[in-house]
Design a protein. Structure first.
Length: 429
């Protein structure tokens, strides 16, 4: 200790005790205390030096500072607002996201009680419940939804998560409180829900109208059929009647597909996807042979799901018929069934069905609209409801349908991939 002499002289001159922490050559820590030495006749005659071993205490203090600095760096890196509270619910640490998000300063936050922050704006019954659930058990609290109107930032919906933190250096547990602002997400979900309700209501009205006009259309179709076979009509009139008959058939197809969106087609049961695909292949086998289309299938799994068989038949028939239309002069149709996971949620397991053709393909502009109602690439021959209906069926069973297509010369074709999540018999989706 090079300045020990100066420190001794300072104590003698000031007659005041002094002290500091020092280390020996091996790096061990001591507390050095210096006091003036008085003789029996009350004269200052030197300095008493005392060393106390504080090595363990000092190393714990340094470890605590290092862990605190490390924790602070982590807290500051996290984008969502974070608070660290002591056992008395006083703020020991907050990150920049908290200060920026709630428009407060460190001086207004650090050492303050949680319920005193911002003139008591955090003194919220819901938050007291959250902390109350955490304190007795020490178990983490997950996804606690809280709504509150903050004076500075307005009404907010927040997702709170709380966890006790216990370290060797800190005898009392700390509480880490994470605050996620989900106001916009909640608002968007509510808007989507309202839009879905409006669409459902409009669909129910459309289904009702379709049902009401379906019977008169059947009568009209019968009348047109009989008129077309009247021998007294000339050829021109016959042609007009035929065009009218085709138009009535098209309207009938639209009304039936509209009704199919809201009708319970059949009883829900355990269905093997591969079996339904084979049924549809058998039904359309003549068309495939007629158009010189080579069908290749690969079933890695049977793919059992809980669904209405008639609805699944509608999905696969529609896609196969579209493939036929895309390959009028021949080509290849590939069917593949395999175990898979949700493309957006990998932990959700299920079955994927792929139906791919080597047809003319679908342009990018049309791909954006392909699942919209009444949009068709078939001109007057299509109703524009087929893909819209099957998209609704897939969503009904919590599935996902994806489209990939190319119109490139020599590489054209379309691939539909449908994911169905695993379900158990007796479980509704």
């Amino acid at each position: 200790m090079p300045d020990l002499g100066k420190l001794i002289l300072s104590v003698i001159e000031s007659l005041q005790p002094a002290g500091q922490d020092v280390r020996d050559e091996q790096g061990k820590w001591y507390s050095l205390q210096l006091r003036p030495y008085r003789t029996v006749d009350n004269k200052i005659d030197g300095v008493v030096l005392a060393l106390q071993d504080i090595d363990v205490l000092k190393r714990k203090e340094q470890a605590f500072k290092q862990s605190s600095a490390f924790m602070r760096s982590i807290v500051d890196t996290v984008r969502e607002p974070l608070l660290v509270l002591d056992s008395n619910l006083r703020v020991t640490m907050a990150n920049r996201s908290f200060y920026n998000g709630f428009q407060v300063s460190p001086e207004e936050t650090i050492t303050k009680s949680l319920y005193e922050l911002g003139d008591g704006q955090w003194n919220i019954p819901q938050l007291r419940v959250l902390i109350g659930e955490l304190a007795p058990t020490g178990q983490a609290v997950r996804d606690f939804v809280m709504e509150h109107n903050f004076p500075a930032i307005g009404h907010k919906t927040m997702l709170l998560n709380a966890q006790q933190i216990i370290t060797a250096e800190q005898p009392d547990p700390l509480i880490l409180l994470a605050i996620e602002d989900i106001t916009e997400r909640t608002r968007a979900e509510e808007e989507r829900w309202r839009a879905a309700e409006k669409l459902a209501s409009a669909g129910r009205v459309a289904a009702t109208v379709a049902h009401e006009i379906n019977n008169p259309l059947d009568i009209l179709a019968s009348v047109m059929y009989l008129m077309g076979r009247n021998p007294a009509l000339d050829q021109g009139t016959r042609d007009l009647v035929k065009r009218g008959e085709e138009t009535v058939q098209r309207i009938t197809s639209i009304t039936r597909q509209t009704l199919g969106l809201f009708s319970n087609s059949s009883e829900i049961q355990n269905v093997a996807l591969s079996q339904v695909l084979d049924e549809m292949l058998e039904l359309l086998s003549g068309k495939f042979r007629e158009q010189n289309i080579n069908v290749r299938k690969r079933y890695d799994v049977q793919g059992h799901i809980h669904a209405a068989p008639t609805e699944l038949r509608q999905v696969f028939t529609n896609l196969m018929v579209n493939a036929l239309a895309a390959m009028p002069t021949g080509g290849r149709l590939a069917l593949h069934v395999f175990a898979s996971c949700d493309w957006c949620k990998p932990k959700r397991r299920g079955t994927c069905v792929v139906i791919a053709d080597t047809g003319v393909g679908i342009s990018r502009d049309h791909q954006r609209k392909i699942f919209e109602p009444f949009f068709t690439t078939k001109g007057g021959k299509g109703t524009g409801l087929g893909l819209y209906v099957i998209s609704g069926i897939v969503k009904k069973y919590d599935g996902i349908i994806r489209l990939r297509s190319s119109t490139a010369n020599g590489k054209s074709g379309t691939c539909f991939s449908i994911f169905f999540p695993n379900t158990k018999v007796g479980e509704s989706t």
